[in-house]
Design a protein around this ligand. Structure first.
Ligand code: PLP
Length: 351
């Protein structure tokens, strides 16, 4: 019953096979290898556009380095107050952008709304030097609460971004989970809706350590190569990052993995909805489920070997806080979650 994080699952077999397949012999270093070119082209095919693609090892690097391209002196990035870039990256986006602030805004279930952005516009008005200058909006897709922005919602964010000449960034650590849930194309969920740059995650969905920064607005990413090298993310054996993407994309493995994780999450949701002991906190459009459980039941589950995290109450809106005797818990499914994991967990929620 491993629901602590999708990061807890090892790398999937097709990705391990791809690493082994591309291990033979010699190949030019630092991304000069044919496989890196091939994968870059594969990204262009998948996104149906001539984007620039740079591979890195972590989501934090992808986010921090891409945002550094959009921010200037006194810069700020509008994001949700619970966004990974703001609370879970140890200041890397601020550090690598020479001090741009991750400007946290309100929004239910980790989703920004046009009103949240309008509040941001009031908090950092244009032309007031003391407040600095907003440079970007960052959306997590899927969000930290398992919700997802619809294409229309992304378009609305893009309109607001354009109205103030801000870049639109997408933190796609769980891009595939949101994509299969929305049932749209990668192009529709990104550049066609106005996204300028994307942190494309693969690690949570079966890779070993592979993320990519995708620039649809190539002008924004023109210095990225230098930023990546300076931050220590230009691998000498880049072909192994590319190899992971080779396994990831082959036969749509990435989509199958995400569908599986989302299905497991839907099965958990269905079981929780039937339970009299537990209550679904809010609906999910990805592989993360949030549930209220009596704290003694949560302890029992943990003793039985279930791994999951309690969600900090102080981050929640008043209406989402658990009742006395209950806690809010996050259950994350992955490509490796089994029916047995789900059934075993749900057995504890039965009368
Ligand atoms: C929303 C989100 N963005 C980015 C990341 C990437 O983090 P890492 O640097 O650990 O790969 C994570 C990982 O938990 C995440 O949940």
């Amino acid at each position: 019953m491993f629901f602590a994080s999708d990061n807890w699952a090892g790398a999937s077999q097709p990705i391990m096979d791809a690493l082994a397949r591309h291990n033979d012999g010699y190949s030019p270093a630092y991304g000069g290898d044919p496989l890196t070119d091939q994968i870059t082209q594969k990204f262009r095919d998948i996104f149906e556009t001539d984007c620039d693609v740079w591979m890195v090892a972590t989501g934090t690097a992808a986010n921090a380095l891409s945002l550094s391209c959009a921010t200037g002196p006194g810069g700020a990035v509008f994001c949700h107050k619970e966004a990974h870039i703001r609370v879970d990256e140890c200041g890397a986006p601020e550090f690598l952008s020479s001090g741009a602030r991750m400007w946290g805004l309100e929004g239910r279930h980790c989703k920004l709304t046009p009103d949240s952005i309008k509040n941001g516009f009031e908090e950092i008005p244009q032309g007031v030097v003391h407040h600095g200058m907003a440079n970007a909006i960052s959306l997590s897709q899927a969000t930290e609460a398992g919700t997802a922005y619809s294409v229309k919602e992304i378009e609305a964010m893009s309109d607001l971004a354009k109205s103030r000449e801000l870049a639109l960034h997408m933190d796609g650590a769980r891009f595939a989970n949101a994509l299969v849930s929305l049932d749209c194309t990668p192009a529709e969920m990104t550049w066609k809706a106005g996204v300028d740059m994307l942190s494309f995650g693969a690690t949570k969905n079966g890779a070993w350590a592979a993320e990519a920064v995708v620039f649809f607005n190539k002008q924004l990413g023109k210095n990225f190569e230098y930023r990546r090298k300076r931050a220590g993310h230009l691998f000498s054996k880049m072909r192994f990052a590319a190899a992971q993407f080779d396994g990831y994309f082959k036969d749509d493995h990435w989509l199958a993995n995400a569908r599986h994780a989302n299905t497991m999450a839907s099965n958990l949701i269905a079981g929780i909805q039937k339970s009299k002991k537990a209550q679904l906190a809010w609906d999910s459009q990805s592989n993360e489920v949030f549930v209220y459980l009596p704290t003694d039941l949560a302890a029992k589950l943990e003793t039985a070997g279930a791994a999951f995290h309690e969600w900090p109450e102080n981050t929640l809106a008043e209406e989402d806080k658990p009742q006395d005797g209950f806690g809010l818990y996050r259950l994350v499914c992955s490509y490796r979650t089994t029916d047995q994991d789900v059934d075993q967990f749900l057995d504890f929620l039965k009368d």
